[in-house]
Design a protein around this ligand. Structure first.
Ligand code: PEP
Ligand code: MN
Length: 374
């Protein structure tokens, strides 16, 4: 798959620091949008955001002011020479936003899940040159995210990027949406040139966690942040708990540690020895895993002969308890050791099932990792 994209600097002018999109979840009144812009202006904000049409989970929530608020956003931006951004979900949103002079459009998580809607947007965007950012769908479905990017690409959009806003899972605690960083890293692996921003606000759902998630995005080399900022967050008509004041938004960005992600030859040489050591250890690690599976296969033979089920719950509980204790002694994070053993054990059960009954169990691939709140 080929999705040609322009470098972010081409359309945003931003290079060597994160691109920042900030502003209220929703435009509520002209005064509120203007105040947000006035108070964001001292921080380096590249695009002023505000939701005009709000896709809400429940029908009795505030669904946005609609088209009249576009002029508020444009006026607030103009007052400070700030570019503007809003979410679009229908073709006529695109037409109205472009007509009002909005500078960047994004596709929300509840829209990316629906290829009909995404295609409608692509059709409306064909022939325009507005930058478009596509949020990940609410479900952890990379194919759907890439599919939406492809539809934009086929409509000729080259100023294209993605926004990572977490995914809806049964247990995302302490977050509102599990960050699932592995999804973003896989997107980056598949489309290395695509700019990717993180939206800590919709991941966290609460303001005290924003800074940590924003820093993690920087540590992974992502290209920017979308942060919700409201003049009076507690009184916001939508997403109150996750919004911060414009001043706090500025602090979060100012305190980010932004490090280099390209390594030069001198650095590569200085860590070469350590990397060789890691390569050697990984080789051992895989040898050991393979040896462990061979022993599992031998046990499977005995279980089959004596008609014993592959999963012996009591034995598994003892094994896990014991490995967690060992992990603690070694200073390893408990959730990490638990995840590791879930993976090892799942594969061990799958192999035993196949060996013992010749079923095709597991051929549809491993279960997704259980949500870890990560
Ligand atoms: C938003 O940015 O206000 C929004 C609705 O986000 P998401 O589509 O990520 O839920
Ligand atoms: Mn919001």
């Amino acid at each position: 798959m080929d999705i040609p994209v322009n470098a972010m600097v081409r359309w945003s002018g931003v290079e060597g620091r994160p691109l920042i999109i900030a502003g209220p979840c929703a435009a509520e009144s002209e005064a509120q949008v203007l105040e947000a812009a006035d108070r964001l202006a001292p921080s380096r904000v590249d695009y002023l955001r505000a939701g005009i049409w709000k896709a809400r989970t429940r029908p009795d929530s505030f669904e946005g002011i609609g088209a009249p608020a576009l002029a508020w956003l444009r006026r607030a931006g103009d007052r400070h020479g700030m570019r503007t951004a809003t979410e679009v979900a229908h073709g006529d949103h695109v037409d109205a936003a472009l007509e009002a002079g909005i500078d960047l459009l994004w596709i929300g998580a509840r829209t990316t899940v629906n290829p009909f809607s995404v295609q409608e947007l692509a059709n409306a965007l064909r022939g325009t040159d507005v930058p478009v950012l596509v949020k990940n769908p609410t479900a952890p479905d990379l194919g759907l995210w890439i599919g939406a990017l492809e539809r934009m690409s086929r409509a000729g959009i080259r100023d294209l990027g993605a926004i990572h806003r977490g995914v809806s899972v049964a247990n995302a605690a302490p977050y509102r949406n599990a960050p699932m960083w592995s999804l973003v890293l896989e997107l980056r692996r598949r489309l290395p040139d695509l700019p990717i921003l993180t939206d800590p606000s919709h991941i966290c759902g609460r303001r005290d966690l924003l800074a940590g998630v924003a820093q993690r995005a920087m540590d992974l080399g992502l290209d920017g942040l979308m942060i919700e900022a409201h003049p009076n967050p507690d009184q916001a008509w939508s997403d109150a708990a996750q919004q911060v004041t414009p001043e706090r938004m500025g602090e979060i960005v100012a305190e980010l540690a932004v490090r280099r992600h390209d390594e030069d030859a001198a650095f590569a040489a200085s860590v070469e020895g350590l990397r060789e050591e890691i390569d050697r250890l990984d080789e051992h690690l895989l040898d050991l895993v393979a040896q462990r599976m061979e022993v599992v296969d031998r046990i499977a033979g005995q279980k089959r002969d004596r008609n014993v089920a592959p999963l012996q719950l009591r034995r598994w509980m003892i094994v896990l308890e014991n490995r967690l204790a060992r992990g603690r002694q070694l200073g390893l994070d408990e959730a990490y050791v638990k995840g590791l053993y879930d993976l090892i054990h799942r594969e061990s059960i799958r192999r035993q099932s196949v060996l013992m009954s010749g079923t095709l169990a597991g051929e549809d691939g491993p279960d997704p990792a259980p949500p870890t709140g990560e």
